[in-house]
Design a protein around this ligand. Structure first.
Ligand code: 13P
Length: 254
């Protein structure tokens, strides 16, 4: 597939996998995906498996991401994880503002923007998630919601920082539901997001930023989604938990 931007496909394991299960999965992926050069491959396991997974993927083409990070660098923040701790395990990417954290942990755009600054400050790359709920889509609010989330979550980001930022468009109604945005709906939202980036930053930034699609991505729909001009990868939940399905998503996208 001939793409303007290199595809980046990440597995968000969410709260799944013990150490033994995580190692099983990445060992399989290492073998299955050893020859893939066309796609940036990322796995985002839970914190408790980062150390082992990091060691297991040394000398492979698989990179490591975390699912969240504190906006603070150090101190009395019980239960939080700082950038410097992630860097010990060669983490390169950090998912921020996933809709599950926006919903269950009440994360705001303002908090996400502060986390993004901490991520950049540590020379890591944020994967900033945005997306509308079903009620918002049905109420004709999709574009207003996306623009508000982008302007809020990316507030304070410089053009240089944006070049290191990955965005993920994840319509909440498509997450874990088996309902995928069809390729046309995904392309429309991605093009809109790129347009907002053009207004917030400039055309060069807008053309450079990679925008992943997330929400019930599977081997059978990956190719059509990835073939859309403004879809530059995927953030995969459920289907990233099995070697076969995650590897097939990547292979089918090439
Ligand atoms: P599913 O692929 O399970 O729908 O999850 C998508 C997601 O939330 C990835 O971050």
């Amino acid at each position: 597939m001939n793409k303007e931007r290199k595809l980046i496909i990440a597995g968000n394991w969410k709260m799944n996998k013990t150490v033994a299960e995580a190692l099983d999965l990445v060992r399989g992926l290492k073998i299955e995906l050893a020859n893939v050069k066309e796609v940036d491959i990322v796995v985002c396991p839970p914190f408790t498996t980062l150390s082992d997974v990091s060691e297991a993927i040394l000398d492979s083409n698989i990179r490591l991401g975390a699912q969240n990070m504190s906006e603070h660098n150090v101190g009395a923040y019980t239960g939080e994880i700082a950038a410097v701790m992630l860097k010990e395990f060669s983490v390169r990417y950090v998912i921020l503002g996933h809709s599950e954290r926006r919903q269950y942990q009440k994360e705001s755009d303002e908090l996400i923007s502060r986390k993004a600054q901490a991520v950049h400050g540590a020379s890591l790359k944020p994967i900033v998630c945005v997306g509308e709920t079903l009620a918002e889509r049905e109420g004709g609010q999709t574009e207003a919601v996306l623009e508000r989330q982008l302007r809020g979550s990316l507030a304070g980001s410089s053009k240089d920082q944006m070049a290191e930022t990955i965005l993920a468009y994840e319509p909440v109604w498509a997450i874990g539901t088996g309902k995928t945005a069809d390729a046309g709906q995904a392309q429309e939202a991605h093009a809109f997001i790129r347009g907002v980036l053009g207004k917030m930053f400039d055309e060069t930034v807008a053309r450079r930023v990679r925008i992943q699609y997330g929400g019930s991505v599977k081997p059978s729909n990956a190719r059509e989604l990835m073939s859309q001009p403004d879809v530059d990868g995927a953030l995969v939940g459920g289907a990233s938990l099995e070697t076969r399905s995650f590897a097939d998503i990547i292979k089918n996208s090439i």
